[in-house]
Structures are given as structure tokens and as C-alpha cells.
Ligand binder design. Sequence first.
Ligand code: ZN
Length: 480
Amino acid sequence: MPGREEFNDWYNEIVERLELTDKRYPIKGMNVWRPYGWKLMRNIDSLIRHEFDSTGHDEVLFPLLIPKDQFAKEAEHIKGFDSEVYWITHAGLNKLDVPLLLRPTSETAMYPMFSLWVRAHTDLPLKIYQLVNTFRYETKQTRAFIRVREIHFFESHTCHVDFEDAERQVDEDTKILRRFAGKLCIPYLLCKRPDWDKFAGAFYTLGIDALMPNGKALQIGSIHQYKENFSRPYDIQYEDESGEHRYVHQTTFGMSERLVGTIIGIHSDDKGIIIPPAVAPYQLVIVPIISKKGAVEVMNAATKLRDEIASAGIRVHLDDRGLRPGNKYYHWEERGVPLRVEIGLRDIEKNSVVLVRRDTGEKSFVPRSGLITAIQAAMDAVEKNLWDMAEEKLKENILIVDSIDDVVISEDEDTASGIYSMPWCGSEECAHAIEEKTGLGLLGVPSNRGNPEYAGSYEGKKCAICGKGAISMVMAAKSM
Ligand code: ZN
């Protein structure tokens, strides 16, 4: 794994060397997804599709363009996005009467339609999601998958009869998040953002943050409770059982291609990256060990093996290039394929194969008859190990302090000493003081819907700033 100082350069270089992306496309911040990177993203998309489909959400696809007047309806929202929007002002030679924008997010595309779709309480809850690209004119330095101007992401949008039902949706979202992040082996912090940092227009925002190897936090997604903040300006009303008209309560949940950047960042070692089995483009690569004698026999056996493994639903690749086995090992280890099977003449004679784990390097001889079971078990073991290692790293880098004076700020702009957690009295004044005195950004109060135990306990402790009794912990970090 790259050290804190090396991380930025290492990351920028490896994403292109492993052919995940190509940054040479002539628009800054808009990169090309190369096949290996896109396979990884598609697998992440498939996982979330499965999660949403199995929790009663329906997939939709809205147009990319939003008319300006529709965008401007929610005052806070437009303030939040105004400076990041790409505009279309002309069509052919004609100036458009109403300019159009490329969606920076889809609330303002969807909600006028929701007001047509939602009529009665029987239409609720409305639960939809989409997987699309959004566009934001980033002014900070761009970085592949992490800070780009065309962003691949998923977003779910829901409408409910009341606040309590919307809260139940937030609960469901946090459960989806737990399963999904578990498969991606990304331990995360779930914090309620301070009011001045919540999503434009939200009632509250739960930020989802991961720890990167440079010690900084990376926000990988968020869950928002909107209450009636959008349904009022967009007039999304329903008739309740007594015939009264009420505004719906809404929520959203979204995560982006930053998940790819996070996987690359946190699952890496001296050999390259390690991709969690659930989303790996190839879960297993077969390397035939060919010598002069029995070459045809070995290739035939390897092909048969590939077909057998593929028919068990495992993403397998047979590397039949005319290269030495050692070169192939290196190639696929660097690209993070979780498992490798080696098969040579002697293995055929013994009716077994060699199975190698990418994460530990552990080698085992597996009889052909029990191979599929052994592969499944090895994938589970890799997944568990990747999660455990990343969780350990996260815990080590959460620095629990009692006083603001114990916060050590890294002078270097590119690194941070970790994520700080400290007791807090709940006052906005003290929260601002933390940001001002340390230069860190507040991630917020650890949510009970996440893993608040990572943050330590505030009980019996005094506010890190003013010394009054603490009512929660609050987390602060340098963010990427
Ligand atoms: Zn205080």
C-alpha cells in the first residue's frame, strides 16, 4: 500500500497504468472509461440494482436536460448548484427561449413529473432510482473517479405520506448501504452533516465518508431527508384517506464512481490493487503452465476448466497469451484479480489444480472434484479479509481526543493525520470553532444508523472546545 505521502502520485499513475481510465480525452475532468474500469463500474451498478430491485424500488431513466425555469423553483437548491452548472443556450442556429442545463443532480428533473404521478395516498410510497451521468463544473483540481466533471452515479428518490414513513426509508437506505459497502469491502463513517454543510434544500443530510491512504476523508455518498422542502415548490401533493390534500415527504440516496476510486485507494499493496470479489471484472484468472511436452493437453484442460468455472456463474478469464506464466501472474496481480488458478501437466495427472489468493498469496492444491466449492470459499475469505484489513485501518486512523489542543494538523496539503473525533456540547458556536481552529471540515455527528462505535463514547465527557457537558461526539477531517 502506498504511504501517506506517495498516495496522490501513486493513484494518479495507477488508474491509467491498469487501464481503468484514460485521462487524455480533450475535456478536463471528463475521462474515458476503458473496458477494465467500466467492467468494474458495471459490476458495482449491478449490485446496487439488485439492492434497489429487491427493496421495492423501480428503475427509471429521466432526460439529461432540465429547463432553467424548472431548475430555479427551489431557492436553496439553485443557490447550491448555480456555480457548477453547464448551460445549453443554443440549438442549431437558434437561441433557446428557455436555456437548458445538464443535470447536476435530478431533483428538478424528476419532481415536476412526480407532481403529475402522485395523486392519492394509494400512489405512495413512490420509490424510484436511476443510474446516470451528471455534470458539475468542478473548479478544484480534477482526479480520476474522485473529482470529475462528468460523474457516473446512482440516485434513488422516494415520496412518502409523512415524515415518519420517510424516516423508515432512511432506515432502509442505511441497511442497503451496509450490505452494499460490505460487498465492496469499504468500511465507512455515517455522520449527520452540520446544517451549513447539508445538501442544498435538504432538511438533513447523512454523509457517507471513507478513509483514504493519505489520511483524508472522501465523501462517497449521501442520504437526504427532504421533508416537504421540495414537494412544496414542486407541488407534489396527494389526497389522504379523509380527502385532504397533503404534501409528500421525500428522501434521496446516492453514491458515485468515487466508489471505484475508493476501492483502488484502500485495497492496494506493493503489487498493485486488490478488487473485492463481488465486483471484480474477473474473479479468477486461469494461467496454463505450458512446457514443450503436453502443450495441447494443458490448453485443452485449461479451456475445459474455464467453461466449468464459468458455468458456475463465476467471472473467469483464461490467459492464453504466449507469455511466461510469471509475466501473467504479475499482470493479473497488479490488476487485482482476487484468485488465480494454475494448471500444468503434473496437475492434470494428479487431477488437481493450484489455487492462489491475491490478498494473502496463499497457495493450495485443490482436487478438481471440489474446485467450485473451494473457489466460492476462497472468494468469501478474500472478501472478509479485505473488509477486516480496511476496517482495522479506519479504526487506527480515527483519532479520539478530549480537547481541541490535541489535534495535530499536518502541514502538508496532500496528507492528513487521520479523522478526528471529539466530544461536543451541541452548540453551533463550538462547531464553527473546531473548523476555524483546526482548519478541518466537520463531518458531523456519528449517526446511530451507521457505526457510531468507531467514534468513541461522549458519555461523561466535556466539550472539546468550551468544556460544558458533551451531548455527542463530532468528527472532523481534511477531505479529498
Ligand atoms: Zn462546546
